[in-house]
Design a protein around this ligand. Structure first.
Ligand SMILES: [Zn+2]
Ligand SMILES: [Zn+2]
Length: 240
């Protein structure tokens, strides 16, 4: 069997991505499974993929599927719009009740798959071919991903979670769940989430036929959306 690709050090370097994880992420990206209704329902329940696999998905799309985060943006446009609606409702409730609207109610699809095959000892994605391994080579350096992320750093840095990266954006979902319980923090996060929902939608449209031309505020929005669902902290290795 061909050797496994050197999986990205930059992405969660303390525990590099394994071939099984990359194969499962690829199976969602290839053929557009992330757009399928059942998959989307599961992604609503889990607020997207976990931080590790959300970044793996985005990086794989950028590195191996045309250099831009289109599916990542479509997914996070949906999730951030839902988050803004959930926050609007949560802000009208006592916070111990309202925060429950932001809890995940199901596992990350990739984590769930890996756990299932480990239990069953039968992995339908085992033994990747040499062609697939070659196609994964760009994942070794994440060059395109790093370039996109670096190009929009002044914007996402300014709009990051105040508790993760000392930014002025919404508290990320993990910090909304476990951070400050005061109303002004939540109202600020609601307004920042509504702003992000608008920017990420415009960025998504900019990648479609005759879509609008957008600036750095929109081009940074996919990074902010991805980091909002799972938190900014673990992404720092990739972002720097
Ligand atoms: Zn996961
Ligand atoms: Zn945070």
């Amino acid at each position: 069997m061909a050797a496994a690709p050197h999986v990205p050090r930059a992405l969660l370097r303390e525990r590099p991505l394994q071939v099984d994880e990359l194969r499962q992420v690829w199976s969602m990206l290839d053929g557009g499974a992330i757009m399928v209704a059942d998959v989307r329902h599961q992604l609503w329940r889990s607020w997207g993929l976990c931080r590790r696999h959300g970044w793996a998905f985005a990086a794989m799309e950028i590195e191996c599927r045309g250099g831009r985060p289109f599916a990542t943006t479509v997914l996070h446009e949906d999730l951030i719009a839902r988050a803004a609606r959930a926050m609007r409702r949560a802000c009208r409730l006592p916070w111990p009740v309202g925060r429950r609207l932001l809890l995940e109610r199901g596992p990350c699809l990739t984590c769930d798959f890996i756990e299932m095959v480990q239990r069953a000892g039968d992995n339908p994605l085992a033994h990747p071919g040499a062609g697939w391994l070659r196609a994964m080579r760009p994942m070794e350096g994440l060059r395109r991903t790093m370039a996109l992320v670096a190009a929009t750093e002044p914007v996402w840095q300014r709009r990051a979670c105040p508790l993760c990266l000392d930014g002025g954006g919404p508290l990320c979902r993990p910090h909304l769940l476990d951070g400050p319980t005061d109303h002004p923090h939540h109202l600020r996060s609601l307004s920042a989430l509504e702003d992000l929902a608008g920017r990420i939608a415009r960025f998504g449209r900019s990648m479609t036929w005759r879509g609008p031309t957008v600036g750095p505020e929109e081009r940074a929005a996919w990074v902010e959306g991805l980091a909002w669902t799972g938190g900014w902290a673990g992404a720092v290795d990739l972002l720097r």
